[in-house]
Design a protein around this ligand. Sequence first.
Ligand SMILES: [Zn+2]
Length: 185
Amino acid sequence: MISLSDEEGSPGEQHSDLVKMARRIIRGMFGEPGEKIFNYLLENGYIAEERIANTLDIRSNEARKMLQKLSDEAIVVPNRLKDEETGDLLHTWKLNRAALKSFVLNRLRKARERLEILLKYEEQGALYICKSCSRRFLVDEAYAYSFQCPYDNDVLVEANNPAVIEKLREAIRRLDKVISMVERM
Ligand SMILES: [Zn+2]
């Protein structure tokens, strides 16, 4: 058996909203392998490098790459453990529960920033849209291109941007609520 010297986190925590949000974001960023590793870490607290092949039903290479990515996000941190039966020193990746909140908050804030950029763009005035490629142009750009798409020469038509602006504002309001909820967790 392996002893965890600095075990932390209770099983009840696994179902907290924060964990659910982190899981959803990890699935979005890293796909199913990332989610599998995250779930394994939630249950076991760590993954030993030496045992990746018989621990996870993911190819070792893929699992290592994924653990590196999770490490870049500070979700896992390197650690060492002594296997009490064999005396071997194992190189492990330990779940860093303390980092989950800032991981989730960072992602939500980035999503909010992207929406803000889109909103600012839309608010600059009437937009023209290409019916073929859906690229969008500000009025002076559209004028400069003689209302013809520079990519495919299709005609540029005025886009209905008040509706888009309202949608973006609503999405930002929703995100703000989620962000302040997570901040209070
Ligand atoms: Zn076009």
